[in-house]
Design a protein around this ligand. Structure first.
Ligand SMILES: NC(=O)c1ccc[n+]([C@@H]2O[C@H](COP(=O)([O-])OP(=O)(O)OC[C@H]3O[C@@H](n4cnc5c(N)ncnc54)[C@H](OP(=O)(O)O)[C@@H]3O)[C@@H](O)[C@H]2O)c1
Length: 338
């Protein structure tokens, strides 16, 4: 029977899913349960590895070690941090795209609404004893959201924006109609759509082609009072360009869950420029998927794909490693949960 190696911390929630889904299809091997001297053997005999994909989980000499490895299944949707160069060339790599759609879309809406209504600024005013009823806020109804990446998360965001009576433009790799979006374009259409956007939401993977897509030129095309929401990956945005834009456009809002750098501990800031001094940014510490049941759902989706593969069916979410080639790029060190 195929051996599936779990090379990531396994809490009770994850273990319960593995116990339920393993029956008959594979033999689970949990790396953290093995004594040090048996771990090498576990890598050598694994047919499949399930992991978050952090470099610290993957042996540097995996290529030589993992002679049987046929599939690397990530538990996370975004695989930009995976050390692809360590995987045996014959092994395919699958992301867990789609497994976080609802929780992350919900968080995107929280960021969008909080930015449109300036919830944090108003809260801080009232804390300081200011009760100004003359301030206005933005309406979502009748406004335009441009969503970059209309996959699992982007489609759920589109559905929620429609429930708020917004016009939704989805940007994908093709103009094929899908989901709730009113209009579909590609990156080539952005010069036309960005000036119309009241909100831009990033729901794209971070790849060689999408890194730094939100730069000075992109921001310059947006309305002065628009909102930028990023629940995807920090490095889709050029950090210095966003900082300068927020400083020079006080009516512009950025609402971010994902960052450029990740502190090693629970102390520290996930950026280099002093964003903490700007009033027009909203921030959460990459916690969009941290809702009850999400860890179990992610494991279920990952194992459903592993079982599909082991039964000889085509797996979903196969990654092309060449999309992620990034010579000299800094590897994220901190926690990554989606
Ligand atoms: N904040 C968090 O904790 C968190 C949690 C989960 C995921 N994420 C991030 O969110 C991203 C999306 O996740 P997902 O589950 O929605 O993945 P998904 O279902 O694969 O959706 C990604 C979408 O982006 C599109 N896309 C990719 N490259 C593009 C390009 N160059 N131009 C236009 N569209 C492009 C894809 O188009 P095709 O349909 O043509 O492939 C796909 O529809 C992940 O990659 C991850 O980085 C963040």
């Amino acid at each position: 029977m195929a051996r599936v190696l779990f090379a990531t911390p396994m809490d009770a929630e994850r273990r319960a899913v593995v116990a339920r889904m393993a029956s008959g299809d594979f033999e689970p091997v949990i790396l953290e349960d093995l004594p040090g001297k048996k771990r090498d053997d576990a890598w050598t005999t694994a047919d499949v590895v399930v992991c978050m994909g952090f470099p610290r989980e993957i042996p540097v000499d995996l290529r030589e070690k993992a002679r049987m490895l046929r599939l690397v299944q990530a538990l996370v949707a975004g695989v930009d941090h995976l050390p692809f160069e360590r995987f045996p060339p014959a092994a395919i790599v699958c992301s867990n795209a789609g497994a976080y759609s609802v929780s992350v879309a919900e968080h995107a809406m929280a960021l969008l609404l909080a930015a449109a209504k300036d919830i944090v600024l108003r809260t801080e005013e009232i804390r300081r004893g200011v009760f100004d009823q003359g301030v206005t806020n933005k309406a979502l109804a009748g406004s335009t959201a441009v969503i970059l990446g209309l996959g699992g998360i982007g489609s759920e965001i589109a559905r929620r924006c429609k429930a708020f009576d917004m016009r939704v433009v989805g940007i994908g790799r093709s103009r094929t109609a899908r989901g709730a979006a009113d209009e579909i374009g590609t990156m080539e259409d952005l010069p036309r759509y960005l000036p119309e956007a009241d909100a831009v939401v990033l729901a794209l993977p971070l790849t060689r082609t999408t890194a730094g897509i939100v730069d000075r030129a992109f921001l310059g095309r947006m309305k002065d009072e628009a909102i930028l929401v990023n629940i995807a990956r920090g490095k889709l945005i050029v950090e210095d360009d966003l900082f300068d834009h927020l400083k020079t456009h006080p009516r512009f809002r950025a609402a971010l869950d994902t960052w450029w750098t990740y502190p090693d501990t629970k102390q520290g800031r996930p950026f280099h420029s002093p964003f903490q001094d700007l009033p027009n940014i909203l921030m959460t510490p990459h916690v969009a998927p941290m809702v009850p049941g999400q860890r179990a759902r992610a494991m279920e989706a990952a194992l459903a794909n592993v079982i599909r593969f082991l039964r000889g069916e085509a797996p979903h979410n196969v990654v092309d490693p060449s999309d992620y080639a990034k010579p000299g790029a800094e590897q994220p060190r901190g926690r990554r949960i989606g």
